[in-house]
Design a protein around this ligand. Structure first.
Ligand SMILES: CC(=O)SCCNC(=O)CCNC(=O)[C@H](O)C(C)(C)COP(=O)(O)OP(=O)(O)OC[C@H]1O[C@@H](n2cnc3c(N)ncnc32)[C@H](O)[C@@H]1OP(=O)(O)O
Length: 441
């Protein structure tokens, strides 16, 4: 249990640009009308080299994933769209299992002939302010490049590993073997998978998973092109359907059997369902391997196998980029490890949201003198000395438990004014499960 405190609370609105920037006329950001979303989508597709305009069938589904009133645009003087960014409302699971409102940021793009003129900066500022005004405590995204979003206060808060597992690899005799797996058609999956995912989300204690909205599911299961070479399987355990996997197959050679099953989505409520789904996938005929992108560090695929070397980690990568919009609310929402005798005082810098800027206090029940033990009415911490100091992106890197404060101090992301506070911070921020989201958007 924890208590958190913070100094003065101010309205959670992004600060205006710096004096120098304010002197220049900044790009004007506006909310796009529904009739403009297709153009915005084509702009994003072109910026990402992922194709431009989509056909009518595809747009009929894709438009469902644009949440009303949440797509921003910047125009050229002639009125042509030059940049865009959107988001949908979701919720992020934080350590301890609570979920906080979250903006799921996606489809950010600026026309190639208008980059490096501050369009993204204007879009991000507007989008973050809008999300904060909606009461969203966090924003998260997946970054196309690692150098884009740190300047807006985003930090990497979960990572994953890429796997390549030899098809047909034998399972250890002791590996879980209960339950049944069945193939399902995409139409059936559209009804089956959302409630299974919701059930898994409700039961999870892992930090990082998010709520998937209807638009996300529509885009995943209903777009026409996605039907090609697609497989979907559901696992059933003693309490009913408790896991699913979704994949495509690509050819790696010219002969039968030279195929790789690319796993796109696998969520399971129990270790038995995880093992059952992997057992099924690795047993599919005419495959060389199963490959998977950004799976959780602690998914025990190698531990299930008779020969663990059949499971190779082929890469690691950043998954969740997290922006804490309301630091006091975020700190109050998660649980903490034991601090020992003393609470921890962290000075956080946030150039965009002044209400986050200041000293925040994190303690456990033993430190109740710092504030209300439910965290409902934390005592102000004042502007006194801090044990540790970081910017809001650095805080995000530790918030879900991905990085230990000691790693962040050692690498210069955080500063330690009191060395003894570093192991205390490690104990406080630690989580029992590795953070991982598992939803791409
Ligand atoms: C969540 C998602 O959707 S991820 C997908 C993001 N989109 C893409 O990758 C598509 C291709 N890229 C683009 O569309 C654009 O280049 C964007 C959106 C990444 C950047 O847009 P821009 O309008 O050029 O950004 P802007 O001019 O506001 O740049 C702000 C600062 O970030 C820097 N920056 C912007 N993009 C990059 C980059 N890709 N790499 C390094 N630095 C960058 C700029 O140099 C600038 O720095 P400065 O303030 O020190 O001068």
């Amino acid at each position: 249990m924890s208590t958190t405190g913070t100094q003065s609370r101010e309205p959670r609105t992004a600060t205006p640009p710096t004096a120098g920037a304010a002197a220049r006329p900044g790009p004007e950001v506006r909310v796009l009308e529904p009739g403009e979303l297709r153009t915005a989508h084509a702009l994003f597709g072109a910026a990402l080299h992922a194709g431009g305009p989509v056909d009518d069938d595809r747009w009929a589904v894709t438009r469902l994933s644009y949440a009303p009133g949440r797509t921003f645009g910047v125009d050229l003087p002639a009125g042509t769209l030059a940049g865009t960014a959107t988001s949908f409302g979701s919720a992020l699971t934080v350590p301890g299992g609570a979920r906080v409102p979250m903006a799921a940021v996606t489809r950010v793009g600026v026309r190639a002939d208008r980059t490096r003129r501050g369009l993204l900066t204007a879009l991000m500022r507007e989008q973050l302010s809008d999300a904060a005004d909606r009461g969203e405590v966090t924003a998260t995204l997946r970054a196309s490049e690692a150098r884009i979003y740190g300047r807006f206060g985003y930090g990497v808060a979960s990572r994953g590993r890429n796997l390549r597992v030899t098809a047909g690899a034998r399972f250890r005799p002791g590996a879980p073997a209960a339950g049944e797996v069945r193939l399902v058609h995409p139409d059936e999956a559209a009804t089956l998978l959302p409630p299974i995912y919701a059930r898994i989300l409700t039961g999870t204690t892992r930090p990082g998973p998010i709520v998937r909205d209807d638009g996300w599911w529509a885009l995943t299961l209903r777009r026409p092109a996605a039907d090609a070479a697609r497989g979907i399987a559901v696992h059933t355990g003693p309490d009913g359907d408790d896991g699913f996997a979704l994949w495509t197959v690509r050819q790696e050679g010219t002969d039968f059997g030279e195929n790789v099953l690319e796993l796109h989505d696998l969520h399971a409520a129990t270790p038995q369902a995880t093992a059952g789904l992997w057992r099924f996938l690795l047993g599919v005929d005419l495959l060389r391997a199963v490959s998977a992108h950004l799976r959780p560090w602690d998914e025990p695929v190698d531990l299930l196998l008779d020969d663990p070397r059949h499971c190779r980690t082929t890469g690691v990568g950043d998954e969740t980029w997290l922006r804490l919009l309301d630091v006091p609310a975020a700190l109050a929402a998660r649980t903490w490890g034991e601090s020992g005798q003393e609470p921890l005082r962290i000075r956080v810098h946030d150039a965009l949201f002044p209400a986050n800027d200041g000293v925040h206090v994190i303690g456990d029940r033993a430190a109740s003198a710092i504030g209300d033990s439910d965290g409902a009415d934390p005592a102000p911490a004042g502007d006194g000395p801090a044990d540790l100091e970081c910017d809001v992106a650095g805080l995000a890197m530790a918030y879900l438990g991905d990085r230990r404060p000691s790693e962040l101090v050692a690498s210069g992301w955080w500063s330690a004014h009191d060395r003894a506070a570093v192991p205390r911070a490690d104990r406080l921020f630690t989580t029992s499960e590795v953070p991982w989201c598992g939803t791409f958007f």
